[in-house]
Design a protein around this ligand. Structure first.
Ligand code: NOJ
Length: 762
């Protein structure tokens, strides 16, 4: 017994002195890295020389924290060994740890107890806000307002940094043409030009102008590459795309993010043309790091390394570690491959130490740039945490971008805006009363039920309405990781809604998808109104046709019946914290909607993938015969084209002028006049078509847009300049080329309507 006590005491004392020695070493050593005169590269090299191979590998390892889970892992996982690994310097970053107190606790373990005390990066999916949520990214893209989008990311960074987070896994810049894919809600839609502008704006918003400030965080452009082209829209599915699509559609937003100095890039779960992205040397080394000179680091997606065993590309975790590191995936999220095998792989010559050093330098660079070596606790200030969460300025900005994201899809006989004196309003639909769904599915930082519902928003304008649910949009508990039960059958509350509609003058129906019906792992084969909502809509229509349909959804919906019957349709997506306030302002005309859809709305699921910048084919049509590229049972036209959206006012386009005297700066201009009776914003869009090229060009390509406001009767001269950057394209060798020849140009209010002209480019 005595010996046991002595041994125990000896153990405690030794542990205490070891931690003292480690912490002293850390302090002395880390303070050497604080000299502002020395360059970051110099400091990285000093630190690298001090590091053992094991410590280097540790930097390349990321663990999920102990609370939230955003991937398929047991909640408390290997909590104990993870904790030991932190002390051993075997962890470079953690994800899903939030709150100043928690971040500080974990940072302290590493800084005080590990030999070198290299601070951790704290990563988190801050997708469209932390606590104060802006609209889902697809909705924000509908604003076409780069300033507002940048500001939204800025606010997300301010709130996230106030709770200890210094790295967000956003923006997702994957282009997608498939409304079945659940993650379209997280991106900017189908167009590489708009997508690139938004990618740059969001990176700038998150990272600010000074990454070392305490309210800026590192951003991540994800998922490199092709993830949005998952076959049949099924998440994580195979991607097989040609060179032209890869270079001209998929790559541009990533390149724009890199040019905006994004600090990290996340690879993707999918195989692309047979090679998983995580082990894809062409993507990560040849394109990203060599061709684009990306200086940051690549993080794998959650377990995307280990998943290569299921893909049939690696036989075991050891091979995973080898092929991922060699291909340029610098940090391993939750595969446990690097931490388990990389050291051995270097020692046996399977992975070169140069590969490790390059990855570690990249990771350390981001840590230095964030200023973590100057102060590892710089994001751990409880006062900031209290002051900044749900700050009134943030709520005001969230309301601003929520309004800007709303798209008016239809407004026959000017049913909207409603008079503020309007009597007898019926409000129908479970989503009208939802405080949770408008937050979308990516809201792990935010509080459940923290959105303003439509009912709450309407109450600020009027008490002349009565509410009836009609039907559920969902039944049972929903959360980020739980499956969603959809009510497919229950019509027991239809009657109440129908009776209410009968005696009302106008009916506001709020229908669509629950926030948890889109997002990761939430692909659907049906893109109409889920459950019995369509039947409810048709039943209500039978008794009252004066319907304003407010759609809430995270993807384009095929609401063709509604378009044919319902006089007014408002696309309100999932608008975040201020959802109900924004919708009410639009319905009652205090804000004139100006959003334009960033993704084509199909007429039916069978048209998917449907997108505006397709090729012409050899048999374009329409033709009065059977042999042209079309369907025999559906139009080839979309329900609503890319870039479409109405206003309470009307804009008239005239006087298109093209000046091609300078072939490297072709000027295109026209006049736009507000001929309606409301002040309104318009997004004028410029599209080109290269008639004959060495690689076939799309029928239209967006190459410029401008958003501005006009008072009634006011006109504006809108001008665009087309340079080689807009007129060129990538050929199938991945070279950017500009070919002379004839171009069509269209400037208009959406991708289908506008003034057309043409010019010769010399
Ligand atoms: C998997 C998702 O694909 C990725 O976008 C996300 O950042 C990680 N999980 C971490 O939550």
């Amino acid at each position: 017994m005595k010996t046991k006590i002595v041994l125990f005491l000896f153990f405690i004392i030794t542990a205490y002195f070891n931690s003292l020695i480690a912490s002293n070493f850390n302090h002395n050593f880390l303070s050497k890295l604080n000299n502002p005169i020395d360059s970051i590269e110099y400091k990285i090299n000093i630190l690298l020389k001090k590091m053992t191979l094991q410590e280097k590998v540790g930097q390349m390892n990321q663990y999920n924290g102990f609370w939230e889970v955003t991937g398929p892992a047991p909640k408390d996982g290997n909590a104990k060994s993870k904790y030991e690994h932190l002390k051993m310097g075997l962890v470079g970053s953690v994800l899903n740890v939030k709150g100043v107190e928690n971040v500080r606790k974990i940072q302290e373990i590493v800084v005080k107890e590990s030999r070198l005390g290299i601070p951790l990066l704290f990563g988190f999916d801050v997708i469209h806000g932390y606590k104060t949520l802006s609209p889902i990214p697809l909705a924000e893209a509908a604003s076409w307002d780069l300033t507002a989008i940048q500001k939204s990311a800025r606010i997300a960074a301010i709130e996230a940094s106030a709770v200890g987070i210094n790295w967000t896994f956003a923006p997702m810049v994957d282009i997608s043409r498939d409304a079945r894919w659940g993650r379209v809600m997280e991106g900017a839609g189908e167009d590489p030009y708009l997508g690139s502008k938004i990618a740059a704006a969001r990176v700038k918003g998150f990272q600010g102008t000074d990454l070392s400030a305490n309210n800026t965080i590192a951003a991540t452009a994800k998922h490199f590459a092709g993830y949005g082209f998952a076959e049949s829209g099924k998440d994580y599915n195979t991607v097989d795309i040609g060179t032209s699509t890869l270079y001209n559609i998929v790559f541009p937003p990533f390149q724009a993010a890199v040019q905006s100095d994004v600090k990290t890039v996340m690879n993707s779960f999918n195989v692309i043309n047979g090679i998983p992205s995580t082990a894809n040397k062409f993507l990560q080394r040849d394109i990203l790091k060599d061709k684009w000179s990306f200086k940051g680091f690549v993080i794998s997606d959650w377990g995307s390394g280990a998943e290569m065993i299921d893909h049939g590309f690696a036989k075991d975790l050891k091979q995973v570690a080898k092929i991922s590191a060699n291909a340029g995936s610098d940090m391993d999220m939750e595969s446990y491959a690097y931490v388990t095998y990389l050291k051995e792989l270097v020692e046996t010559g399977k992975v070169s130490i140069k590969v490790i050093d390059d990855a570690v330098k990249r990771i350390l660079r981001v840590k230095f740039e964030l200023g973590l070596f100057d102060d590892p606790y710089k994001y751990c200030n409880s006062k900031r945490e209290k002051e900044l969460i749900y700050h009134p300025d943030h709520l005001a900005a969230a309301l601003d971008i929520a309004k800007k994201s709303i798209v008016l899809l239809k407004n026959n006989q000017q049913l909207l805006p409603l008079q503020k004196t309007q009597k007898n309003i019926a409000v129908i639909g479970a989503l009208a009363n939802e405080k949770n769904s408008p937050l979308g599915s990516w809201r792990i930082g935010s509080d459940d039920n923290s959105a303003v519902s439509v009912i709450e928003g309407l109450k600020k304008y009027t008490s002349n309405f009565v509410y009836a649910k009609g039907t559920d949009v969902t039944v049972g508990p929903v959360s980020f990781i739980q499956e969603l039960n959809i009510n497919e059958t229950d019509k027991s509350e239809f009657n109440e809604a129908i009776e209410l509609a009968k005696k009302s003058d106008v009916v506001i129906m709020v229908l669509g998808e629950h926030g948890f019906q889109t997002g990761e792992g939430r692909s659907r084969t049906k893109i109409d109104l889920p459950g019995v909502q369509q039947q409810l809509l048709e039943e209500v229509y039978k008794v009252n046709q004066n319907i304003v349909l407010v759609l809430m959804n995270g993807r384009p919906l095929a609401v063709t019946w509604a378009d044919e019957h319902i006089p007014a349709i408002v696309e309100a997506w999932q608008l975040g914290t201020q959802s109900g306030n924004a919708i009410a302002e639009v319905l009652f005309g205090d804000y004139n909607p100006a959003g334009k859809i960033p993704m084509t709305f199909p007429r039916s699921i069978g048209q998917v993938p449907i997108y505006y910048n397709h090729y012409n084919t050899g048999r374009p049509g329409p033709k009065p015969e059977v042999f042209w590229s079309h369907y025999s049972d559906e139009s080839t036209k979309p329900l609503y084209p890319f870039g479409y959206g109405l206003s309470y006012t009307k804009f008239e386009y005239s006087n298109l002028q093209i000046n091609n005297s300078n072939p490297s700066a072709i000027k295109v201009s026209l006049t736009v006049k507000n001929i309606g009776s409301f002040t309104g914003e318009e997004v004028t869009q410029l599209y080109i078509h290269d008639r004959v090229a060495s690689v076939v060009r799309p029928v239209k390509e967006l190459k410029g847009f401008l958003k501005y406001s006009l008072k009634p009767n006011e006109s504006k001269l809108v001008e665009f300049v087309l340079t080689n950057k807009e007129l060129g394209f990538y050929n199938n060798n991945g070279e950017f080329i500009v070919e002379p020849g004839e171009f069509d140009v269209m400037i208009g209010t959406n991708s289908e309507n506008g003034l057309t002209g043409s010019f010769i480019k010399k």
